[in-house]
Design a protein around this ligand. Structure first.
Ligand code: KIV
Ligand code: ZN
Length: 522
């Protein structure tokens, strides 16, 4: 077995996407799968094809790109799931089917109502079926960390004999602790025949805040694949964070004596992209990618840093792709420098997109003194949400006086270039602007959540607004950015309306976004 190397299995698009509020559109999933390819992950778990036709389609579209990493589809232990997973991933030259069944006594008794032997039979027949379709098969005994050790070893042995090439040990409910998980892996290594012939994998959830520590314990005990997500997004408290575990292995190389294929300088841009797409902002104090991760406020730290950065810094910001100064561009920067930074931040931009973004950049540079990476990301995201129309925001006029209703006059342009204007009043400026947009577009949305976040620093910083709305029983999410927060909200709102209209034109009636109602039960 390749002892010095750990494979990185990214499940942002499957376990990450399963988290409430993290559903993504097909376009967003394609964008993230390309960013994961640039990051050089070994395996992309692209989704759970049997969960819904939309999930099947997005896994298939990602596989069709033939990006290079192994594209994996999740399946329960039944024929239909396995066939769907295979059909979704097969167009990628490198593909994998990941089958799972729960093995703990709690799941056996209350969820599956199946006896131990039945579960083994089910797992073996499912792995055999999957193996008849594809060579690369991963098997997961769900809730492994709460499964009796001797039974777990039996299940794993049977899975290997049936043809599994990777066996993943999940801490499904984030219950284990490092020394206990170390014992689980060592027990399996000592008690399962032929375990050295397969890749042992680890999959941890963060309910007790130990997903990274538990995954590292597993790696120390012999796991050679880590399942993780960008920013640690995932069910409940999330999954093991990719950027944290990769940087732990890299920074403490002398301790782990292992490496990964990850291009660490792509970590920050990928993290920012996933935060923007999901609307799940990164806490300031988050390890590796949080805003404060490389900030040194305390005088004593600053003094040490000036003498030598290693006094208080164990990693360099450049190692994860944060530009040295962060203050990257200004009013006089040219198109070439702008394009270069856009590409460094991991965005794909054709000439049209660069041209539109560059005009916006110049407008922003007039409105705001310093342009940071966060501003550029927000700008590109704005262009992405407005592409495809049919509506674009022409202007927004707000009149607001404390204690009085607010008035908003909104002007929108449709795809034929006709301008429509409407004035509405409401108790606040955001509500007034949204009402005017609803009136013009005749799309009725219910606002469920309005989140405001600042992607950069300073009193002239832009506001990034994420809205969660409902339309005909479906949830949608959109985001928009501007130095004016009512305009940022209006852009977010209009982005969602455009998406709904485009989908309706394509004859797609339901467009689940931020909900899990189409999820198959796990
Ligand atoms: O947490 C879990 O057990 C899972 C499995 C499907 C691997 O996500
Ligand atoms: Zn999981």
């Amino acid at each position: 077995m390749n002892s010095g190397h750990v494979k990185i299995f990214d499940t942002t698009l499957r376990d990450g996407e399963q988290a409430p509020g993290c559903s993504m559109t097909l376009g967003e999933k394609l964008k993230i799968s390309r960013a994961l390819t640039d990051l050089n992950v070994d395996i992309i778990e692209a989704g759970f094809p049997a969960a819904s036709p939309g999930d099947f389609n997005s896994v298939k579209e990602i596989a069709d790109q033939n990006l290079g990493p192994i594209i994996c589809g999740l399946a329960r232990c039944n024929e239909d799931d396995i066939n769907k997973a295979f059909n979704a991933v097969k167009s990628s030259e490198n593909h994998r089917i990941h089958v799972f069944v729960a093995t703990s006594s709690i799941h056996r008794e209350y969820k599956l109502k199946m006896a131990k032997e039945e579960i083994i039979k089910n797992a073996v027949s499912s792995i055999s079926l999957a193996k008849s379709l594809c060579d690369d098969i991963e098997f997961s005994p769900e809730d492994a960390s709460r499964t009796e050790l001797s039974y777990l070893a039996e299940v794993v042995s049977a899975a290997i004999e049936a043809g599994a090439t990777t066996v993943n040990i999940p801490d499904t409910v984030g219950y284990t602790v490092p020394d206990e998980f170390d014992r689980v892996f060592r027990y399996l290594k000592n008690n399962v025949k032929n375990i050295e012939k397969i890749t042992l994998s680890v999959h941890c959830h963060d309910d007790l805040g130990m997903a990274v520590a538990n995954s590292l314990a597993a790696v120390k005990a012999g796991a050679r694949q880590i399942e993780c997500t960008i920013n640690g997004i995932g069910e409940r408290a999330g999954n093991c964070s990719l950027e944290e575990i990769v940087m732990a292995i890299k920074t403490r190389k002398e301790h782990f004596n292992l490496d990964t294929n990850i291009k660490s300088e792509r970590l920050y841009p990928t993290s920012r992209m996933v935060a923007s797409v999901t609307g799940i902002q990164i806490p300031r104090n988050k390890a590796i990618v949080g805003e404060n991760a490389f900030a040194h406020e305390a005088g004593i730290h600053q003094h040490g840093m000036l003498q030598h950065s290693s006094t208080y810094e164990i990693m360099k910001p450049e190692d994860i792709g944060i530009s040295k100064s962060n203050l990257v561009l200004g009013k006089h920067s040219g198109r070439h420098a702008f394009r270069k930074r856009v590409e460094e931040l991991g965005f794909e931009a054709d000439d049209d997109k660069i041209n539109s973004a560059f005009i916006e950049f110049k407008n922003l540079a007039d409105a705001k003194k310093d342009i940071y990476d966060g501003d550029i990301e927000a700008l590109i995201m704005n262009i992405d949400t407005s592409i495809g129309g049919p509506w674009t925001l022409k202007s927004l006029e707000i009149n607001s006086l404390s204690g009085e209703p607010s008035n908003a006059k909104v002007s929108l342009i449709d795809e034929k270039g006709t301008v429509y204007s409407k004035s509405m009043s409401a108790s606040g400026p955001v509500e007034a602007a949204f009402s005017a947009i609803k009136k013009i577009t005749e799309v009725n949305l219910t606002l469920k959540k309005f989140d405001l976040h600042s992607p950069t620093i300073g009193s002239d910083a832009q506001g990034e607004v994420t809205v969660n709305v409902e339309h005909e029983g479906q949830s949608y999410r959109g985001s928009g950015t501007s130095v004016d927060i009512v305009e940022a909200g209006s852009r977010a709102y209009l982005g969602v309306i455009n998406r709904i209209i485009r989908r309706e034109k394509q004859g797609i009636k339901s467009a689940p976004q931020n909900n899990n109602i189409h999820r198959a039960p796990i």
